[in-house]
Design a protein around this ligand. Structure first.
Ligand code: SF4
Ligand code: SF4
Length: 332
């Protein structure tokens, strides 16, 4: 029988042991329904998730809610929105109690005297032209000045089909700003013309993502196995989609049979009562979903299936390490 020990040499086994202790239990929280941008393709607004719940305004209720989440076993709070930095007191309710990650568009800087080591993921949707088309402004020019050299911030670079052949310039700009970058792919929830992926484009962008990792290994937080999975939507001969997705809110998960999934995962709306279907858009067609975290988690929850060859298990370890680095459970 194949076992972890039989497939890994000493060095890989040490890496495996380091991550296997982590036992990460994440959930996702909409901090607010408001945003200081309105990006075309934002899953939150395009699916109407900003309208399903009235946001809770009493900070004491946020604090009590975080207590309950901690008791529920959550050890990683992923804050999204809308734009979380519009409500720093709500962010603080999480940060005081739990390892906390904050997604932001980077227009407002998280004050580091108040949140010294909170990991911040700054969204970036391509080059200046793409950002102006999709988000109304070149956010990088603002966010990179605010976060230059920040040790706990990285760019969440959403690559669009128009970025093929152009990613190096972006990665280099991030490298020069002393920041890290993680790459994911646009799902184009609002069907903006020219921004949906064609099969040959996905093959091309995979090669380019691999190349960026080879050229900028200290800047790019990624793994080639992740590139393969996110661009192909395939893992070990299986196809990603509703039947396989690990990031469905547990109390709403009526799939039968249930796939391997994130334990106790919930995505909460900002009224602290309503739950959303999954980690991303309520209305997205799962067959075109390119959500990066969902694909990473898909690999992570299927550990046993990767204990079949050294290469498969090493791929699993690299994806788990990447996830742990992105939330600073292990250093970059
Ligand atoms: S900044 Fe984020 S939350 Fe705001 S509109 Fe853009 S994608 Fe949506
Ligand atoms: S849209 Fe994506 S993350 Fe949501 S359930 Fe479908 S596959 Fe999963």
């Amino acid at each position: 029988m194949k076992t972890v020990s039989s497939l890994l040499d000493k060095e890989w086994h040490e890496r495996y042991k380091r991550i296997s202790k982590l036992n990460i239990r994440s959930s996702i929280y909409d901090v607010t329904n408001q945003c200081n941008l309105r990006c075309k393709g934002c899953f939150f607004f395009s699916s109407g998730e900003d309208k399903v719940a009235n946001e809770e305004r009493n900070i004491k209720k946020w604090e009590a809610f975080v207590d309950r989440e901690k008791e529920r076993g959550v050890n990683l709070a992923i804050l999204i929105g809308g734009e979380p930095t519009l409500y720093l007191d709500r962010i603080e309710a999480f940060y005081k109690q739990l390892p906390t990650f904050c997604a932001t568009n980077g227009l407002i800087k998280v004050p580091r005297d108040r949140f010294p080591d909170m990991v911040v993921g700054i969204s970036l949707w391509g080059d200046e032209e793409d950002e102006k088309t999709l988000r109304g402004k070149d956010t990088f020019s603002i966010s990179s000045k605010k976060y230059e050299g920040d040790l706990y911030a990285y760019y969440l670079y959403t690559i669009t089909p128009r970025q093929i052949g152009k990613t190096e310039r972006i990665v280099k700009k991030i490298h020069d700003a002393g920041l890290k970058v993680h790459m994911q792919l646009l799902s184009n929830d609002e069907g903006v013309y020219g921004f949906s992926w064609k099969p040959e484009e996905l093959k091309d962008i995979r090669v380019e993502m691999d190349d960026m990792l080879d050229k900028y290994p200290k800047t790019v937080i990624s793994s080639k196995y992740y590139h393969k999975i996110i661009t192909s939507g395939k893992m070990l001969g299986r196809s990603f989609g509703w039947n396989e997705c690990p990031s469905v809110t547990e109390p709403l998960d009526n799939r039968d049979p249930k796939p391997k999934r994130l334990i106790h995962f919930i995505r909460w709306a900002s009224d602290l009562k309503t739950m959303h279907r999954c980690c991303t858009s309520e209305t997205r067609d799962c067959s075109i979903c390119k959500d990066g975290a969902a694909h990473m988690s898909w690999v992570m929850v299927n550990k046993r299936e990767h204990i079949r060859s050294t290469k498969d298990l090493q791929g699993w370890i690299e994806v788990y390490e990447m996830f742990a680095k992105l939330y600073q459970f292990i250093p970059w």
